[in-house]
Ligand binder design. Sequence first.
Ligand SMILES: O=P(O)(O)OC[C@H]1O[C@H](OP(=O)(O)OP(=O)(O)O)[C@H](O)[C@@H]1O
Ligand SMILES: O=c1[nH]c(=O)c2nc[nH]c2[nH]1
Ligand SMILES: [Mg+2]
Length: 168
Amino acid sequence: MSDDRQQKAFPVSWDQFHRDARALAWRLHGFGPFQGLICITRGGLVPAAIVARELGLRLIETVSIASYHDYKNQGETLVLKPIAQAVIEAAGEGGRGLLVIDDLVDTGSTARQVRAMLPNAHFATVYAKPLGRDVIDTFITEVSQDTWIYFPWDMGLSFQPPIRDGVA
Ligand SMILES: O=P(O)(O)OC[C@H]1O[C@H](OP(=O)(O)OP(=O)(O)O)[C@H](O)[C@@H]1O
Ligand SMILES: O=c1[nH]c(=O)c2nc[nH]c2[nH]1
Ligand SMILES: [Mg+2]
């Protein structure tokens, strides 16, 4: 969840997300070919579908991780489902040849946890914040650490009061 440390909002529409994920696929094309794609759920599911379509990848595995962004559990992560051993064994040493996709990197805790499982895989996110940027090999757009990214699957259309009525 967003909290008051996040002073800036960066809302992303479906259209923009599709364009940014496709731009990521263009960039990744130069680093391939990849043998398979590991998607960090849940946020990585949407960019993974777009990138897999663009790069023709059909071997797709998930690693399920929940991270906590509240004051008490800052940086903590929980692995709910690990990467299948068969997929790790099908790849090169340390996951070489695998592509790991997530929607964003923030503190870097989630990506670091997966990096420990696949040190030689190629890590990619659509968006990145400074604290986690170094864990990622390829990303498209960087936002400041105090920005909260609002993804289209977390938002809905809502009525906006006219400007002359003021903000509540
Ligand atoms: O770099 P970090 O500080 O680890 O934060 C980034 C992670 O946080 C979000 O996932 P979240 O755990 O909220 O779950 P979700 O993907 O299921 O929405 C996001 O999708 C990244 O996976
Ligand atoms: O929707 C989200 N937006 C963010 O900026 C973020 N950072 C960590 N997890 C996040 N989830
Ligand atoms: Mg996630």
